[in-house]
Every structure is written in C-alpha cells, then in structure tokens.
Design a protein around this ligand. Structure first.
Ligand code: M6R
Length: 609
C-alpha cells in the first residue's frame, strides 16, 4: 500500500507540511520514509528505513529548503525495507525524482531495456524505472516538455500507480498521475497538495478534487490542471467540500477499519493477483520438490492454510498438512527433518506461535517458506523464500482482506504447481486463471449488492445464543472462518464443522429457531450439502445460506440467502464466499453495540505463546 504526498506552496517551507501529512498516511505503511524538495534549481532528498518519527530523529525531516516537494511513507513490496529502496527514487542525474504507490508489473523488462541503455539502478524497487524512463525519453527528445515526457513514460507502464514527480527541469511544478492507486488533490489559499487520501491534508483544507484512473495533474502553487493520459485532453473538475471529522477521515469515511478493509478487498485482490512471477515460480519449485509440506499458521491464517490444502491437493495433487502453529512442536516437532518443508502463513509475520514453530523446524534443517503481509517481519527474516500478500496494512483486529489475499496467493501457487506437475489439463488451468482474474470484480459485486441484505439478517438474528457454520470440502474452511469472525467481534458462541461431521454429534444441539449458516458454492459437494441442509431443517433450524446466484435447490430450502455471482469454481470459492460472512459478523457486532475494531481480550498481533 504506501502513502504519497506532494505540495506546492506560494511561500514557506514545504518539508514540515509534507512531514506532518505523511504522519497521517502512516497507516498505509511505515517501514521507510522519504522527502524530496526543490530549491534554487537543486533537489534535496532525505530518506531512510524506519518509522517516520525514528527517521526524523536522525535526519530532521523538517529542515529542508524549498516550497515545493514530495514525500512517501513505504510499505515494502519490491525490495526489502532498506534506505536504498526508500522513496523518492531518482534518475541517473538526480534531476528527476519520483514517489510511487502501486506496482509496476512490467518493471523487469523496462529495467533490462534501460540498463542496456547504460542507466544505473541502485534499488530493487519497481518504481526506479520511472525516473529513468523519463530521463531516457528526454534524452531522445530534448525538446519535449517534462509533462510530455511523463505522459510518454506513463504509456509504457503496466500495473498500478499513484505518482508524484518533481524535476529541476521545471522546478515550479509537481506532476502526478493515477492508475488504480488512489490520488486526490487538496486546495487552499496557500497552495495545492496531492495525496494518497484526504486525511493527509484535512487539517489544512477540506477542499478536495478527486483524480480518476488514467488522469495526470500538473500542480503549481497557484493552480492545478488535469489531463487525460491517453490523449492529453483537458479535464475540468471543481473542488468538493469534505465534511469528515479527522477520525472519520483516517477511516476514509467508514465508521470502522474493519468495514473499510472489507470494502478494500477488490483492490487488495487486484494487487495480490499482480504477484511477481519469479516469486511464485521459486516457491512452487520448492513445494514441487518437497517430500512433506506442513502449512503452519494461527487463527484466520490457519483457515487460509486449511483451504489451501484443498487447493494443493485438487490442482497440484500435492498432499499438504495444515497444522495450528501452537500445536506444531508437540505434534510434529520430533519428526520434522531436512526432508520437511514448512509453508508458514501469518498476516503480521510476528505471531509468537508461528515463529516458534518455524524456529523449531528450522533448527531441524527443514526448508522454511512463508507468506506474510509485512515484509521485514521476523517471519521474512527466517524464511528461505517469502511472498508478500500485498493487502496493505490491516488495522482492524479481525483479519479480513489479508485472508482473501493469502488465499489468492496460495491459489496462484497451486495453479503454478499444477502446471509443473502436468496433472490438470491446460484448458482447466486457463479457465481457473481467468476466474482468478475475475475475483476482484466479483468481490466488488458482492459488497455492492449484498451488504443491505446482510444488515437485515444481522438485525433479525442478533439475539441468537449460538450459531452453527457448516460447509463441505473446501467450504469447511470458509465456514470455520465465518465462525471465528462472528465469535471474536460479536461474542456469540459459534460452532463450525464439516457439514458431514455435524450428524456425528453437534446436531443434537439443534432445536426450533437455531440459526445454521451453510456455505454452498456449486461444487462437487453441492448435492450432498442439500441433504445436510434438509437434516437441519427437519429439526427446526433456521437456514442462512450463502449460495450461487439463482441456486433454486437451496433457495427453496433456505430461510435467508445471500447470493454470490455465478460460475466461480469450487476450488476458488472461499475467496468470494467469505465476504458475506465477514459482513455478517461486522453487522451483528454493530447491532449488539460492540466496537468491531477493538474486540475484548484480543490484540492484532499475538506475540506471546
Ligand atoms: O498475524 P497472524 O496472521 O499470524 O495472526 C494470526 C491470528 O492471531 C489472527 O488471524 C487472529 O485469529 C485474528 N484475530 C483473526 O481475525
């Protein structure tokens, strides 16, 4: 995720304002910070890894000359959180500097091309290709304006970006541009600002101009000019007045981080699906060679592992063993060896149980692979190979967007393995890949079309004393996750089982009005699941079913149903089917008057065993 900020002031120093604005963007990432300003035709840069306050103590970020500047707070994706990878990034001459939020997918090929043209790169980031490309465009076309050189550069970029660029060539302006990553302008009588989001400048102005995908902005202390990147045509857009309080602004107008993060899933899935090929290739090569694979995690991350074990088995014919990290040492500590491979999954990368399990396995010479949302966390430091889940910082204690990101990475890994192992037809792989690509859109549809319905269901069932969550096959993991969400934030005791197992005991609890949530994608288990629904119904249960749009078999049995768009293959179904369950937990918690962001007795990161 990352936050960018830029300001062009009529008078006074830009750096202190950039510094304070970056502090308000720190929730978007905080592993490195950097500022660049222009004064007397020279660029000044201060940057380093670490939180803003830590870096400021050492370099004094406010003490930089110039009334125009840009800044960045980083959440590492490409390249470790080191000074050299911190933004701003510069071209060879140091005359063009750039801050960036997003992922440039084709940076490898651009970097190769530029290196062949003698450009020197110092970082491991994707961003660094941008200033070098602008430099190259200007070298080849010395008569171009900076804006035209930036437009020519943007046309070569694939991926997502919100950019702010300054250059000594035209020192009175900031050029910014947007594709997918958020960008907004702020205006007051002292100057013009650009930022990743409104809270960055809200203390100095509530006049904002939203920038759309495919637009570029030329910003000076006096004015702003918006153009379409495609054809350079001018766009007229007046500022709007933002009525948010400071607290609302940090949550972008949402009442809680949890609901904000649920709504972010189309974007976070899009980012995760842009995973760099070579990381997937490397990790799947390790998995392919492994003799035994343990998927080790806690809580929600464990549920992602449980679902992934079905993905690896069904697509890659690779047996994997999901294990609760807190049980790993007792259960497998003695038998794990050089022949074992651990894929540890952790949003924070700091969970004590997960780190302990991995450390134990590492001491016994096992291969450690990991998936985490925090690059630079302890887990990344003890892993042979790690992949970042690209979900951006998750602040709500209840994991939501990181769960779907973990799942989409593991689905990509399973598909990659399937290709290597040749067990699944190319047609099936192509179709699954196409379906994966559709998931951000599907997540968007679910949130847009089903949220109101979920609210009503939450209101109706809020006083239930207990809930059941049932699913078959891979949906068992979805049911487990739905149950954990409801329990942890709405404090309703809940039970989750594979639906087939429920009649071996748990069904004895069921009586009139007992709410049972069924997760019902149209997969191989569908027919049998219908039977399980009938068993519950016969005993007076109220059926709340998460179904595929238009699934008449289940609609006719259910008391309530929430619909998910058609055609999602069962093996990918936990990603969209969990969304209604996240919403259900959130709205039940609200109905009961609880703050979903701060569930009692819990912490976002559990660093004790
Ligand atoms: O950071 P991790 O993914 O390792 O955290 C694991 C669990 O502590 C976490 O998933 C916890 O269960 C959440 N509160 C679930 O919403």
């Amino acid at each position: 995720m990352c936050g960018i900020f830029g300001c062009a002031l009529k008078e006074g120093k830009a750096a202190p304002l950039i510094h304070s604005s970056l502090k308000r963007l720190e929730y978007r990432g905080y592993d490195s910070v950097g500022i660049a300003t222009i004064s007397d035709g020279k660029i000044f840069v201060k940057k380093d890894s670490g939180k803003i306050d830590e870096v400021d103590k050492i370099v004094n970020l406010d003490d930089m000359p110039g009334s125009i500047g840009i800044g960045h707070t980083r959440w590492a994706t490409h390249g470790a959180p080191l000074k050299v990878n911190s933004h701003p990034h510069a071209d060879c001459t140091g005359e063009i500097v750039v801050v960036h939020n997003g992922i440039i997918e084709n940076f490898m090929e651009l970097k190769n091309e530029l290196q062949n043209l003698d450009h020197t790169f110092v970082s491991k980031t994707d961003t660094e290709v941008i200033p070098h490309l602008i430099e190259q465009v200007l070298k080849e076309n010395p008569n171009l304006t900076l804006v035209d050189a930036v437009i020519a550069t943007l046309k070569r970029l694939e991926g997502s970006y919100a950019l702010a660029i300054i250059s000594t060539k035209e020192p009175d302006k900031i050029i910014c541009a947007r594709n997918e990553s958020p960008l907004v302008l702020g205006i007051n009588r002292k100057g013009v600002f650009c930022a990743s989001d409104i809270p960055a400048f809200l203390p100095v102005t509530n006049k904002a101009v939203m920038i759309n995908n495919g637009e570029l902005v030329i910003l000076t202390a006096q004015d702003y000019e918006i153009r379409k990147i495609q054809d350079s045509s001018l766009v007229t857009r007046e500022p709007i007045t933002i009525e948010w309080t400071a607290e609302m602004a940090v949550k972008q107008g949402y009442p809680h981080f949890m609901i904000k993060e649920i709504h972010e899933q189309p974007e976070t899935l899009r980012n995760t699906l842009r995973m760099q090929e070579h990381y997937l290739e490397l990790m799947s090569t390790f998995l392919d060679r492994a003799n035994e694979v343990f998927l080790v995690a806690c809580g929600t991350s464990y549920h992602a592992c449980l679902a992934a074990s079905y993905m690896f088995s069904k697509l890659a014919f690779l047996p994997t063993y999901p294990v609760y990290a807190s049980e790993f040492i007792e259960q497998h500590g003695k038998s794990v060896s050089i022949d074992s491979t651990i894929l540890a999954v952790s949003q924070s990368g700091e969970t004590a149980d997960t780190i302990a399990a991995v450390t134990c396995a590492q001491q016994r010479a096992a291969t450690i692979l990991s998936l985490t949302n925090v690059i630079g966390s302890s887990l990344t430091r003890i892993s042979r190979v790690y992949i970042g889940t690209q979900a951006g910082p998750e602040i709500g204690v209840a994991a939501t967007k990181t769960f779907t990101s973990q799942l989409s990475v593991m689905a990509q890994l399973a598909l990659r393995l399937a290709k290597k192992r040749g067990k699944v037809s190319q047609d099936e792989i192509d179709s699954l890949e196409a379906n994966l690509e559709k998931l951000p859109e599907i997540a968007d549809t679910i949130v847009k079309t089903q949220e109101e319905k979920v609210k009503k269901i939450a209101k109706k069932y809020k006083d239930s004393k207990v809930f059941f969550f049932l699913g078959r096959g891979i949906s068992t993991a979805t049911a487990f996750e739905g149950r954990l969400k409801l329990m942890e934030i709405a404090y309703i005791p809940s039970i989750a089982f594979p639906a087939g197992e429920s009649k071996h005991g748990p069904i004895s609890l069921v009586e009139d009005g007992f709410p049972v949530v069924f997760v019902c994608p149209k997969d191989d288990c569908h027919k049998t699941l219908v039977g399980n629904i009938m068993e519950m119904k016969a005993r007076g249960a109220q059926i709340i079913a998460i179904i595929e749009e238009g699934d008449m078999d289940i609609k006719s049995l259910a008391d309530e149903f929430i619909e998910v768009p058609k055609g999602i293959p069962g093996v990918l179904s936990p990603i969209p089917y969990v969304l209604p369950l996240q919403l259900l937990a959130y709205y039940v918690a609200l109905e009961k008057g609880f703050n979903p962001d701060m569930p009692r007795n819990l912490a976002k990161c559990v660093t004790v065993k």
